[in-house]
Write a protein that binds this ligand. Structure first.
Ligand SMILES: Nc1ncnc2c1ncn2[C@@H]1O[C@H](COP(=O)(O)OP(=O)(O)OP(=O)(O)O)[C@@H](O)[C@H]1O
Ligand SMILES: [Mg+2]
Length: 338
């Protein structure tokens, strides 16, 4: 998605640490005194889930969180709707400290501002697709006719027209996840939290879902926080990507920035085998200027420009048609070489 969207800040994470265990504050004092995750676990039985995370997530962007199993991805995303509270630090959404929300304000925040799409779909098995998508709206007191109209719109948006009366068990995994997505969209929440939402799908269906999410996002401009293990998925979807290791943030940047300059060996190992020609976008490498020859979209993968580049520099245009600069074979080769 366009990495250059002019965005305000949607979510700010400031110095967030999370210790799991019986006396987290006491254990955290040891961390502040310099104790690492492994020693903390060994000497106190406490788990350092996150350590001193600072992040800014822009309004209307897709922000991907990556890292190996146990690195703290789910712990971090669950802070955003206060399913988990930090041991230290604060989280601001639209400038508001969500740790200070009263009970009723928190309920409203969870219903209206933020929605979650789960890895295992979490649909109600005895209800139809339509009922699943409108369920939250009815709970929220939206009149039935309005809830139904809104649910039908979202079902159409995710391409499930005609399946409204089916039950989840009658649908494939990909279709069930579309229902999960429609349900999250139906709430009209500005923020979508997606924790490994596509990881349970087989590869072709998963790719369809990625493309569909991109398409929906290009229309709706939600703020999406998307967790994945899969670097290709991260590069395809993420305007920015954050990489966590052992509860610490190792790097944040655009996919192109991370591929070009991995912050450390851990990140370098993540990006080593990636197909750069397929994952770096033409817009990522455009330099100021304009060329006489062919043109290509900013969102196109580098490999789509190879033919034209063989004949000379190529002008890159954004989705809005405005020129974004010029792409040269030299710059592309340098990026492919890493
Ligand atoms: N409720 C909890 N109590 C104790 N430890 C926890 C709890 N939740 C998470 N942890 C620990 O915090 C660390 C981060 O876990 P988290 O679930 O956030 O990882 P993750 O990156 O989402 O992993 P995965 O890719 O396997 O989902 C792990 O060491 C985990 O064991
Ligand atoms: Mg997880």
């Amino acid at each position: 998605m366009a990495a250059t969207l002019e965005t305000g800040t949607k979510i700010r994470v400031e110095g967030v640490s999370k210790v799991f265990g019986k006396t987290p504050e006491r254990a955290f004092a040891l961390v502040q005194a310099g104790m690492g995750k492994a020693e903390l676990l060994e000497t106190t039985g406490h788990v350092l889930g996150l350590h001193d995370i600072d992040l800014t997530i822009g309004s209307g962007e897709t922000f991907v969180i990556m890292g190996l199993s146990g690195s703290g991805k789910s712990t971090l995303i669950r802070h955003f709707n206060r399913l988990i509270e930090p041991t230290a630090g604060r989280i601001l959404v639209d400038g508001e400290d969500i740790l200070r929300l009263s009970e009723p304000a928190l309920r409203s925040f969870r219903r209206r501002k933020i929605a979650m799409v789960f890895q295992r779909f979490a649909l109600l098995p005895h209800r139809t697709v339509l009922e699943n998508v409108m369920f939250g709206l009815l709970i929220d007191g939206v009149p039935r006719a309005r809830a139904e109209a809104r649910a039908r719109e979202q079902i159409a948006l995710v391409g499930l027209d005609g399946f409204e009366a089916r039950h989840p068990a009658q649908l494939s995994g990909g279709m069930q996840q579309r229902v999960g997505l429609a349900r999250a969209l139906a709430t009209d929440a500005e923020i979508l939290l997606m924790d490994e939402a596509f990881s349970a799908l087989d590869p072709l269906i998963r790719h369809d879902m990625q493309m569909q999410l991109k398409q929906i996002q290009s229309r709706l401009h939600k703020t999406i926080v998307f967790i994945t293990h899969d670097l290709d998925e991260a590069l395809l979807l993420g305007d920015h990507i954050a990489i966590l290791r052992d509860g610490e943030l190792r790097q944040v940047g655009t996919g192109a920035e991370i591929l070009a300059a991995p912050a450390d060996d851990y990140v370098a190992r993540f990006v080593r085998d990636v197909n750069r020609a397929r994952t770096i976008r033409c817009g990522d490498l455009a330099e100021p200027g304009i060329a006489a020859g062919a043109e290509i979209g900013a969102d196109a993968a580098l490999e789509q420009a190879f033919g034209a580049l063989a004949r000379g520099p190529v002008t890159v245009r954004g989705a809005d048609g405005a020129p974004r600069g010029v792409l040269t074979a030299g710059r592309v080769l340098a990026a492919l070489a890493g």
